[in-house]
Design a protein around this ligand. Structure first.
Ligand code: RUQ
Ligand code: CUA
Length: 650
């Protein structure tokens, strides 16, 4: 039911909440009904549930605001999902936009005490372990989250994120919003830019993402085995292609200099990465002497043809085929796999315009943004133009420290100015005319202060053909005085700007834990989540609700355990000191949001099982005594009573 609040809050009128819930087969009201059926809800729980069920209809309608508001009233849902990287927290976060409310943290590279990521056998298999069973890495640094595409827009199937520290790419499923695969890229360090392709350049019927491209920032000697560390001129970096389904590395392409961010074209033919440090410096002073670096373009079709024809090399110790994309090997445009378009000066960021025509690459140390016309890059590959630089069709001066660019659906671009602490709105067509010599056009349309030092920005749906020009969110790297002081470590500041009118309007800000780099803003009808698992998907599931049991084989003990609020299937399980114990826990509750936790004191174990989910943990029972295993996730009026005893005899 739509009420006045909803109309006034600037939400789109096609509010599809009811439909979405119907499709998912489970609603919040149903949750209430089922919980009531259980018949034991305590006061606190039932109050929480009923207010959750009725909240939408409450609240007096405020006077109609003239302009879109970021306020989302109690009980209402945001119009967009925001997928945020968490930076060196190693995670991904999901926010509601425009409210900025944080809805979920998805552990990716970071062990997580709440969900048991890094504790359960299933998550450890995804994270990767050493021979002694310890986690291979416990640190991570996520920068860029990007979703899979179909027909030039998000299809909600997958999201990928990079780990810059250990050069890993992770995939999150769109239906469960949990990490399902992690791949470590060979032969590279400083894996920073990441972008899925948007269709196949060779097979036009494949109109969806099948590859993910990965840039790497740090040049390395190869093989990187300590024998060749001092010849820094010989260091190089590799552009990596990962298969979107299998998550296996398909190929790598050797480039001169380094890479940074990545963008892909809507026709699938081109991917590009901005390059700073084409000087090949190893200290920063040497990384910024050149007046121009470049944006390197990859001809995907030609690279894949070279791989298929075996025109590749390999680095000792690695099986990945490597195509030579260096300048020297690609002087002839008609056979070249790469095209280096010169861009001033130490550029950071490359972004594709939603009309599919341009990439914008910003100068960082130059006050300019360069507009590269993709058609002209393709012309260069066909031998029709001589200089790669001919592909640059505009280079407006927009302000100091330009980094990343976002777009609306009306031909305007929005660029973060790190040094100026501003967002500048500028017109692409006007910039092209000005570059061609027209002195009468106005390129810069608006400027607005942000707080402070913006890095990434993104507009609603802007990295798709469905850019809608409604909201622009700014990731500010410094918050300084914007929040109550909390000691020396400050949060970062995400600011929301209404871009629906001619002038930008700052409407909202929210603190975020350090430090998100990038994010995408996805219309909520693109996302179809499951609220309950399917028990059949878990090979270990304890499917019989009365099937809890203990199995022993030598000193290996397997506890098959069920949970149904407010009890586990066994009230005690006895093992002997030295036993290797595996606990498999299947949650038989079917009600949305009814998860249980399972913690064992002194054994460093805690994890949750969501409705109909199965997880397992393995540990050695090396401490005799009684250990109360208890439910950590408030599930029921008798949540505190939901326990079992691990009893270890000496
Ligand atoms: S970065 S502030 Cu890691 Cu995308 Cu540009
Ligand atoms: Cu089960 Cu709390």
């Amino acid at each position: 039911m739509k009420n006045d609040n909803e109309k006034n809050s600037g939400q789109s009128p096609d509010n599809s909440l009811e439909l979405d819930e119907e499709e998912q087969g489970i609603s919040r009201r149903k949750f209430l009904g089922t919980a009531a059926l259980v018949g034991l809800s305590g006061a606190g729980l039932s109050v929480g549930l009923s207010s959750c069920g009725k909240g939408e209809d409450k609240g007096a309608a405020p006077a109609a605001p003239a302009q879109p508001s970021a306020e989302v009233h109690p009980g209402q849902l945001d119009e967009y999902y925001g997928f945020w990287s968490g930076g060196h927290s190693g995670e991904v976060r999901i926010m509601g936009i425009p409210s900025g409310r944080e809805i979920k943290r998805v552990p990716v590279f970071n062990p997580d005490a709440m969900s048991g990521w890094g504790v359960t056998n299933e998550s450890r298999a995804i994270l990767g372990t050493n021979k002694d069973g310890s986690l291979r890495y416990t640190t991570g640094d996520t920068h860029h989250v990007h979703g899979s595409y179909k027909d030039g827009t998000y299809d909600g199937k997958y999201f990928w994120v990079n780990d810059k520290i250990h050069s890993r790419i992770a995939r999150m499923r769109g239906d469960t919003m949990e990490t399902d695969k992690i791949t470590e890229l060979p032969n590279v360090q400083g894996f920073h830019g990441i972008f899925p392709d948007k269709r196949d350049p060779v097979k036009p019927e494949v109109n969806y993402t099948t590859r993910v491209f990965c840039g790497s920032e740090f040049r390395l000697p190869q093989p990187n085995n300590g024998t060749n560390m001092d010849d820094t001129d010989a260091y190089y970096s590799l552009f990596t292609c990962v298969d979107a389904e299998t998550m296996e590395v398909r190929w790598q392409c050797k480039v001169d200099g380094n890479m940074d961010l990545v963008a892909t074209s809507y026709d699938g033919k081109l991917a590009a990465s901005n390059q700073y440090n084409t000087e090949k410096g190893v200290v920063y002073a040497n990384m910024m002497s050149a007046e121009r670096d470049s944006c390197v373009f990859f001809n995907i079709e030609r690279i894949e043809a070279a791989v298929a024809a075996g025109k590749v090399s390999k680095i000792p110790g690695s099986d990945v085929p490597i195509v030579d994309g260096t300048r020297a090997a690609n002087a002839d445009p008609k056979t070249a796999v790469t095209c280096y378009v010169p861009i001033p000066k130490s550029p950071h960021g490359v972004n594709a315009s939603p009309d599919g025509k341009y990439f914008v690459c910003s100068g960082k140390l130059s006050p300019t943004a360069s507009v590269i016309e993709l058609e002209r890059v393709l012309h260069w590959f066909e031998g029709h133009t001589k200089e790669p630089r001919d592909a640059v069709v505009a280079e407006p001066e927009i302000g100091l420290g330009p980094l990343h660019t976002a777009f609306d659906n009306r031909g305007s671009a929005y660029t973060t100015l790190f040094l100026d602490s501003q967002i500048v709105k500028w017109n692409i067509d006007a910039a092209i005319k000005a570059y061609a010599g027209d002195k009468n056009v106005k390129v810069v349309e608006d400027r607005i202060d942000v707080h402070y030092q913006p890095g990434h920005l993104n507009a609603s749906m802007n990295e798709t053909k469905e850019a809608d020009g409604k909201w622009l969110v700014i990731g500010c790297k410094f918050s300084k005085d914007r929040y109550l002081p909390v000691g020396p470590l400050h949060p970062e500041n995400e600011q929301t700007i209404d871009i629906s009118g001619e002038k930008m309007r700052l409407v909202h800000e929210t603190s975020v834990w350090p430090e998100p780099h990038d994010f995408i803003i996805v219309k909520r009808d693109k996302i179809k989540t499951r609220q309950v698992y399917n028990m059949d998907e878990f090979p270990l599931a304890v499917k019989d609700i009365n099937g809890s049991k203990i199995e022993r084989q030598g000193n290996k003990v397997t506890i098959h355990l069920t949970s149904v609020a407010p009890a586990f299937g066994l009230s005690e399980f006895r093992v002997k000191k030295g036993d290797e114990v595996t606990i498999i826990l299947t949650n038989h509750d079917k009600v949305e949001d009814l998860g249980h936790g399972f913690a064992i004191p002194k054994y460093n174990i805690n994890f949750i099982v969501n409705p109909q989910e199965t997880k397992s943990v393995t540990f050695v029972a090396d401490k005799p005594g009684v250990y109360w295993c208890y439910c950590t996730h408030f599930c029921h009026a008798l949540h505190l009573e939901m326990r079992s005893r691990l009893m270890v005899s000496p």
